[in-house]
Design a protein around this ligand. Structure first.
Ligand code: FAD
Length: 498
């Protein structure tokens, strides 16, 4: 294909994370003779590999950071432009990048992800973890640290407190149980003892390979320390990289300066009242009540104050919409994401969006909800690509099956965790009944029933129940006659419903 020198493309996708890469691959393969551009701020893109459909809706895959040339080699009609988008002129169908490049599109998909919602922007002792660079910064700071305070109760905080060794961790959560985004109090109780036991030895492998811009792998496995040095060369750009995913800490040694294995104390139902620099703290009345000298102090709403080496702000992400808003008429959701309809279309003509930056604003299936997770970024990116294609071809397209049932498979505290449907009874109010089975240290199984039908489940440990429960949720069978047998460990439930 002749090189596109006019910077005019049929399809333009912004963002080299899972959503953007999946979307642009979908478009480039479906329209081999059309010009497709992927505009992304970081020099490395995220590629999905080892994709495995575990069941009808559950999927597992690994993610590798790769140089963008990999995409261009695979799809001759796909051009990757490494530059951050500075402005969008939706009326004119053009994007402007920080390098002064003007890119024209017929159809655009914005997949610019999110950035950490920091407790405060201008304090060097408050860190957020979002991409590989910030994870490395965290690792570096941790190696000198004796105490850190982690604020937040989502997936990142959960993984972090479990993984950190050799450093005291004070974990401040606003709820009455840990992991509130994913679990109820029962599941939290099941997991809590794990925090006070030694971690099992793990083979030191790292699924994520990071490349330098010259295409050479920079970090592999536990060799991250040398990788950091080498990465120094490509740190000149300060643009945001893609969000990390499930295995972000694998291969990274999260070890503090102390000999202790793990020391985590949880402060429940509390939020940050104020953060003090060392100087501010010494001048405050609190100084006389706290011993030791720390670079930063955090005062919590429960009245306690902790000095620490640094604070990790793990309080969620804010959609990265800023460069696209000025002069345009995007409808934004309450969480500031770009609202998209059931065809991933925003309120601006010919502009679609997928992944962490968008907010699903269609009337969702009663068994699905959006959560800013890796799997959903892939599904949305893929579906957005198909919707853009269908529009160009004047074809109709139905909402994809993956949006029928929420499903997520991950690992927390070294346990396999499967979440299905309304796993926390989201939106059900009193119209729900919970069945729970728990074997300490082994498994925790929770089923959410509504009107006798299964609408959600939490499976922690090797339960082997995911496929059967997924089917029971999807077929909405009335389980009233079987409710007493459903979680009976002596009954092979798979056979039972065969
Ligand atoms: P991103 O991956 O954030 O990609 C956004 C892309 O847009 C980047 O390439 C960026 O460079 C580019 N970009 C941004 N602004 C611009 C601009 N102005 N111009 C051009 N390009 C731009 N999910 C799970 O499912 N399981 C987990 O266990 C899990 N753990 C996580 C742990 C951490 C520490 C973090 C941070 C996230 C975790 N997530 C997890 C969430 C998951 O990583 C994200 O939901 C997912 O990666 C979002 O993908 P995305 O493509 O929408 O955005």
């Amino acid at each position: 294909m002749a090189a596109n020198t006019k910077n005019s493309f049929k399809f333009v996708v912004v963002g080299g994370g899972i959503a953007g890469v999946t979307c642009s691959e979908q478009l480039a393969s479906q329209f081999p003779s059309a010009d497709v551009a992927l505009v992304t701020a970081a020099p490395l893109i995220k590629a999905v590999c080892n994709f495995k459909q575990v069941s009808k809706t559950l999927e597992e895959f690994d993610v590798e950071e790769k140089p963008s040339t990999v995409l261009e080699e695979k799809y001759p009609n796909l051009r990757v432009i490494q530059s951050a988008v500075e402005a969008l002129h939706a009326q004119q169908h053009t994007l402007l990048t920080v390098d002064g490049l003007k890119v024209h599109y017929e159809k655009l998909c914005i997949c610019s992800g999110g950035r950490p919602k920091l407790l405060t922007q201008d304090n060097p002792n408050v860190l957020g973890i979002r991409d590989t660079d910030s994870a490395q910064e965290f690792q570096k700071r941790l190696s000198q640290a004796k105490r850190i305070v982690v604020v937040g109760n989502g997936g990142i905080a959960l993984e972090l407190v479990y993984e950190v060794e050799g450093c005291e961790v004070v974990w401040a959560v606003k709820d009455n149980a840990i992991g509130n985004t994913f679990f109820d109090v029962g599941a939290a109780q099941f997991l809590i003892p794990t925090l006070n036991t030694d971690k099992p030895e793990r083979a030191a492998t790292c699924k994520r390979v990071r490349y330098t811009i010259d295409g050479q792998p920079a970090i592999q496995g536990p060799d991250i320390a040398t990788g950091v040095d080498r990465l120094g060369q490509c740190r000149a750009f300060e643009e945001p990289g893609s969000a990390l995913g499930p295995d972000w800490h694998e291969g990274i040694r999260l070890r503090g300066a102390e000999e202790v294995c793990r020391r985590v104390s949880v402060e429940y139902e509390t939020e940050v009242k104020r953060i003090y620099t060392q100087q501010e703290f010494l001048l405050s009345p609190l100084a006389s009540q706290t011993s030791g000298s720390w670079p930063v102090y955090v005062e919590l709403t429960n009245g306690k104050t902790f000095g620490c080496d640094f604070i990790v702000s793990a309080t969620g992400v804010v959609p990265n919409t800023e460069p696209f808003l000025h002069g345009n008429n995007f409808e934004l959701a309450e969480d500031s994401g770009l609202r998209v309809d059931d065809h991933m279309k925003t309120s601006e003509p010919d502009v679609y969006s997928a992944g962490d930056v968008c907010t699903a604003s269609w009337e969702a299936s009663h068994l699905w909800q959006q959560m800013r997770l890796w799997t959903q970024a892939r599904q949305m990116g893929w579906y957005a690509g198909r919707c853009m294609a269908a529009d160009v071809l004047n074809e109709t397209i139905e909402l994809d099956f993956c949006f029928e049932l929420f499903s997520h498979i991950t690992k927390f505290f070294n346990y396999k965790v499967v979440l299905l449907g309304k796993f926390n009874g989201q939106g059900l109010g009193l119209n729900q009944e919970l069945l729970v089975r728990c074997s300490k240290g082994l498994e925790y199984v929770k089923v959410v029933l509504s009107g006798g039908r299964m609408v959600g489940a939490v499976l922690i440990g090797e339960t082997d129940l995911e496929e059967t429960f997924e089917n029971l949720i999807l077929n909405q069978m009335d389980l009233t006659p079987y409710r007493d047998e459903l979680l009976n460990p002596n009954i092979d439930i798979e056979d039972y419903f065969d």
